[in-house]
Structures are given as C-alpha cells and as structure tokens.
Design a protein around this ligand. Structure first.
Ligand SMILES: Nc1ncnc2c1ncn2[C@@H]1O[C@H](COP(=O)(O)OP(=O)(O)OP(=O)(O)O)[C@@H](O)[C@H]1O
Ligand SMILES: [Mg+2]
Length: 205
C-alpha cells in the first residue's frame, strides 16, 4: 500500500518482553520533540477491537485456533481502518504494541496454523499496510517467569513454556524475513533499550 505521510512503528515481542514500557518511553520522547503521536495497541485500540480483546484474552474461554486467528484479524481490520490509517494519512507517528508479526508468531508458528495462512489473512486485514519499522524485543523463555510476578495471567499467558518457545522462534524467523524488522535484546536495561530505539527511529524520521 502506498502511503505519503506519517510513520508507522510497531513493537513486537513475547508476553512481558517490555513492549508497553518501550512504547510509552518512545511516545513521550517523540511528543517531547513536537511530533503528533498515536500510541495504540493490539488486540484493541478501538471500541470494537477492545471488545474482541476481552474475548481473546479471557482465561475462562477455550477458543478454537482458527477462530482465534479470525478474532485477531477482525480486531486488526477495525483498528487499522478506524485508527491507524487515518492517523498516518494525517501525518502522525503511529506506535502500536503488536501488529501482524504477533499473528505470525502466535497463530502461525506456535498454534501451527502456518505462515502462509497468517500472511494471507494479515494482508487482507490490513489492506497491505506494513510497518515502517518493527522493533522486536526478544527475551529468553525463562524471563517470562521473572517479570510481573503475582499479576493475573491472561488466556495466552497461561500457555506453557513450550508454547512460549515456539512464539519466540516464530518471532525470530519472522524478523529475519522482514527487512524492516530489528531484533533487540529485551533483557537490556529499559533505559539502554530506549536509547537504541530512539536512534533507530530517528533514522526513519
Ligand atoms: N528492559 C527490561 N528489563 C527488565 N524488566 C523490564 C524491562 N522492560 C520492562 N520490564 C518489566 O517487565 C514487565 C513487563 O513489561 P511490559 O508491560 O512493558 O511488557 P509487555 O511486553 O508490554 O507485556 P505484555 O505482553 O503483558 O503486554 C514489567 O514489570 C516491566 O517493568
Ligand atoms: Mg503490554
């Protein structure tokens, strides 16, 4: 999809890898420099998509993998069309926590639905919109258990370590195939990561 204006930045990474932390820091920095920034997240980001998010992350529900995939894509279609594309058209910087690469890693790789299927549906849901830069925060599987202990886990976070291993591998594979993706060591201190990220994004501005 051709786009004249705006910049689309996506944070990706396994659960608790630091996406929200880094997205917030980056949004603050860019706003401080006078940029108009839309900071948003998936699944969610609109009323409809936040409704879908509730279903997707509800630990009480058992969701068929294919149904799960379609729910993510439904949420993404609404979010992309209602929020992301209009903001980019208005020249804003959009920062999204998660986007299509999450579906490749979780549904394509970890659930085993395959990258061909997720790739096709991602393209349809986004009308082909792709991030200008994807920042993948990579953490070892064991790191999950050391962060945010005591917080209630959502449906996806209740999956086992084997699932998380597949998610991580799926992410690394997807990032390798995407020339606009950068893999960052999510175990670095947050302020060190932030500096690296500001540098990387600065090159795109
Ligand atoms: N670089 C870091 N090193 C160590 N801990 C971190 C780092 N960045 C964030 N954390 C901590 O890890 C936890 C998860 O961070 P955060 O909520 O930013 O991750 P997330 O990827 O958005 O998680 P989720 O997938 O649940 O949305 C928080 O307790 C946060 O303070
Ligand atoms: Mg988060």
């Amino acid at each position: 999809m051709k786009r004249a204006k705006g910049l689309f930045i996506v944070f990706e990474g396994p659960d608790k890898s630091g996406k929200s932390t880094q997205a917030r820091l980056l949004a603050d920095t860019l706003r401080g420099r006078g940029h108009a920034v839309l900071h948003t997240r998936e699944p969610g980001g609109t009323s409809v998509a936040e409704g879908v998010r509730k279903v997707l992350l509800d630990p009480a529900l058992t969701i068929d993998p294919l149904a799960e995939l379609f729910l993510y894509e439904a949420s993404r279609a609404q979010h992309t069309n209602e929020k992301i594309i209009p903001a980019l058209k208005a020249g804003q910087i959009v920062i999204s926590e998660r986007f299509t690469m999450s579906t490749d890693a979780y549904q394509g790789a970890a659930r085993g639905l395959g990258l061909k299927t997720t790739g096709t549906l991602n393209k349809i849901a986004t009308s082909g919109l792709m991030p200008d830069i994807t920042l993948l925060l990579d953490i070892p599987v064991a790191e999950f258990d050391t962060r945010d202990q005591g917080r209630e886990l959502d449906r996806l976070e209740r999956e086992n370590a084997e699932f998380r291993r597949k998610v991580r591998e799926g992410y690394l594979k997807a990032a390798k195939a995407d020339r606009r993706a950068v893999v960052l060591n999510g175990k670095l201190p947050a302020d060190v990561l932030q500096k690296k990220i500001v540098q990387l994004v600065g090159k795109k501005l």
